[in-house]
Design a protein around this ligand. Structure first.
Ligand code: DX5
Ligand code: ZN
Length: 221
């Protein structure tokens, strides 16, 4: 089964963004995870379309854009045009989830739904056919470097079963607190895509850390 490591740029050195992006590419990252926050859905602000456009020019890695914003549909066109490969929206911020996912696909992007730790899996169950990616948050979103919530493992297991039962080929991504101690457990539970910010960027050699995480995940495969 595919294993994807998606470093989160939230923990990159923004003064050396180009250098850090190239380190991820050379280090074997599969995707670049980009955390867009609006200070409303989550208590933090990050980047918008301009930064995504800049990243797109810097790398051929697919840009996995995680929208932690209210009214995400306001940004779909700009982010798709800027070069996002995947647009993932939060079920908690998307009352018209099916329509919003369909719109993302219409724009040529892969469509993802993210669920906060307190949000039941069922909030995505009616839109499995519209999904290219299901993102299970393993921390409450807003900040990098938080501790992995252990209840996530069982949720991932149930998410895997739900996708398999629907014969969905959607990626199953986990985001928050992924490191050498936690990746094997979520891989074993059925996740295939792993976001890691703090673990990768605080490592002495970020490229080597990507490799280490991948090996730990593969051992479970
Ligand atoms: C949290 C973000 C995550 C975060 C992960 O709100 O969605 O992508 O950057 O970072 P770590 O791996 O440091 O928990
Ligand atoms: Zn994220």
């Amino acid at each position: 089964m595919t294993i994807r490591i998606a470093p989160s740029l939230l923990s990159a050195d923004f003064a050396h963004l180009a250098r850090d992006v190239s380190r991820m590419e050379v280090g074997g990252a599969d995707w670049l995870h980009i955390d867009v926050m609006d200070g409303r859905f989550v208590p933090n602000l990050t980047f918008g379309a301009k930064v995504i456009e800049t990243l797109h020019a810097l790398t051929r890695l697919p840009l996995d854009v995680h929208l932690m914003v209210v009214e995400p549909e306001r940004y779909f066109d700009a982010f798709a045009k800027a070069g996002a490969r995947t647009l993932t929206i939060h079920a908690e911020a998307a009352p018209h989830l099916q329509r919003q996912l369909a719109r993302i696909r219409e724009l040529g992007c892969a469509a993802g739904v993210a669920l906060n730790p307190g949000t039941p899996l069922e909030h995505a169950s009616e839109v499995i056919g519209d999904l290219d990616l299901l993102l299970i948050m393993s921390v409450n979103p807003g900040f990098g470097g938080q501790r992995f919530l252990p209840g996530t493992v069982d949720k991932v297991r149930r998410a895997r079963a739900m996708l398999d039962q629907a014969r969905s080929g959607a990626a199953l991504e986990v985001d928050g607190g992924i490191n050498r101690d936690t990746i094997a457990k979520v891989r074993q539970a059925g996740a295939d895509t792993f976001v890691a910010g703090h673990a990768v960027f605080t490592a002495p050699d970020p490229g080597e850390e990507i490799g280490a995480l991948r090996r730990l995940a593969m051992e479970q495969a």
